[in-house]
Design a binder for this molecule. Structure first.
Ligand code: NAD
Ligand code: MG
Length: 390
């Protein structure tokens, strides 16, 4: 029997790597592909749908329905568009679903995948940051198994295979430090979009690349680790590791540390989630310890990377602080990309919004439902859009 699979955000960086792996592992002969989704790049979306013989291709952008329909004419693939179509597509029962839409736009489809997929491969960390309790409760009631795709969390998941969460003393999340690892605050203040996008080790989408430069990505990952592995802020340490070979580590109560190492290629983590619990060969580079020669580690500088301090504040506040943090961060990122605010302004914007909404955020929970999450997301986003640098 072919495995039924869906890929949400198939046209992105994680999505394209997922499609590549599916094709290498037998494509439509091995997999019954139900859904592929994208946004603006309908040409690529149509190509992917045809190569995988998907049942339906969905673009999130309703104005592109005609273009997608035209691109899929006489192919046997159905075209659909808009947020409602995206949500419906996530209700299709599958054995395995990849959640790889970027940002809080991935939240609604991810929640549906948690209800209708047997295995949820989760790249969209924002859904855990905004609504971790709700996603986890949904998986618990549907029986959906969540396998993390974020390389750090996938590493922790693998390292934990022989132990229990309850015996963990610490999680050590590695961070490359991004392109500005050794830059001064003055240099960072003047950083351009192009410089912020130039990640030294990983080839990723535009938004996560900039989030790596501010270390907002690592901040999201601290919150993601708290949600996934039931650890407190005190139990999560971020360590800068410029080579991106050690993808993260866990430490047990007896101070034994277990690390997962691999070349920095997301097909490792995506392939792990796709094949779990089997481990067939993957098209990733094998590590050569003879030439590797050194692995460096250092504590991050929170004066230059305040996002890490803000992540701890989010965990201290609890409730919907993660949703506020993420929405403010998305608004800040939009404004930096638009050239409207500077690189260092992003963290100041996020801190202001978080403090303005901290009482309300800490008094609500994602278990109240997605509407509550979306409502505070909207409020924080608007506040971020109107924020003015001092
Ligand atoms: P990307 O920007 O390359 O791709 C994003 C995908 O989402 C595309 O298919 C795009 O069409 C779709 N999309 C964008 N806006 C949308 C909207 N409003 N509604 C519906 N779909 C929309 O992003 P990426 O780098 O592949 O990242 C995807 C997710 O995986 C993010 O949550 C990111 O944090 C996470 N992640 C990525 C990497 C990586 O190496 N790229 C690593 C770890 C985690
Ligand atoms: Mg990561």
């Amino acid at each position: 029997m072919r495995r039924k699979v869906s890929i949400f955000g198939s046209t992105g960086s994680i999505g394209c790597n997922t499609v590549d792996l599916l094709l290498r592992q037998g494509g439509a002969e091995a997999y019954d592909v139900k859904v592929v989704t994208g946004a603006r790049n309908v040409k690529l979306l149509a190509e992917q749908a045809v190569s995988l013989k998907a049942d339906v291709a969905v673009t999130a952008d309703i104005s592109l329905l005609d273009a997608l329909t035209e691109a899929l004419k006489n192919t046997g693939v159905e075209a659909a568009a808009g947020p409602a179509a995206l949500r419906d597509a996530a209700k299709v029962k599958v054995d395995w679903a990849m959640s790889a839409i970027v940002g809080s736009a991935g939240l609604t489809p991810t929640l549906e995948m948690a209800k209708h997929a047997d295995i949820l491969a989760l790249a969209n960390k924002e859904s855990l940051v905004c609504a971790g309790e709700l996603i986890k409760a949904t998986c618990a009631s549907s029986g959906c198994i969540l396998v993390p795709v974020d390389s750090e969390h996938c590493a922790i998941y693998q390292a934990l295979a022989g132990g229990k969460n309850a015996d963990l003393s610490r999680i050590i999340l590695t961070a490359s430090g991004g392109p500005f690892r050794d830059w001064s605050l003055d240099q960072m203040a003047a950083a351009t979009l192009k410089q912020a996008m130039a990640h030294p080790n990983w080839d990723m989408g535009q938004r996560i690349s900039i989030d790596s430069a501010t270390m907002f990505n690592k901040a999201l990952e601290v919150i993601e680790a708290h949600q996934l592995f039931d650890v407190t802020a005190d139990q999560i340490e971020v360590v800068v590791h410029p080579q991106s070979i050690v993808h993260s580590m866990i430490e047990y109560n007896d101070y034994s540390v277990i690390a997962q190492l691999a070349a920095p290629d997301m097909r490792g983590a995506i392939g792990f989630a796709l094949n779990w619990p089997e481990r067939p060969p993957l098209p990733v580079e094998q590590l050569n310890f003879g030439t590797l020669s050194r692995l460096d580690f250092a504590s991050p500088d929170e004066a230059r990377f305040p996002a890490l301090r803000l992540a701890r504040r989010v965990l201290e506040l609890g409730g919907l602080a993660g949703a506020v943090f993420n929405a403010a961060k998305e608004a800040a990122l939009d404004r930096f990309i638009a050239g409207d605010i500077g690189f260092l302004d992003m963290a100041q914007l996020v801190e202001t919004v978080l403090e303005n909404l901290h009482v309300k955020a800490s008094q609500s929970s994602s278990l109240e439902g997605l509407e509550t999450v979306m409502s505070i997301d909207k409020e924080a986003r608007l506040m971020g859009q109107n924020w003015m640098p001092a």
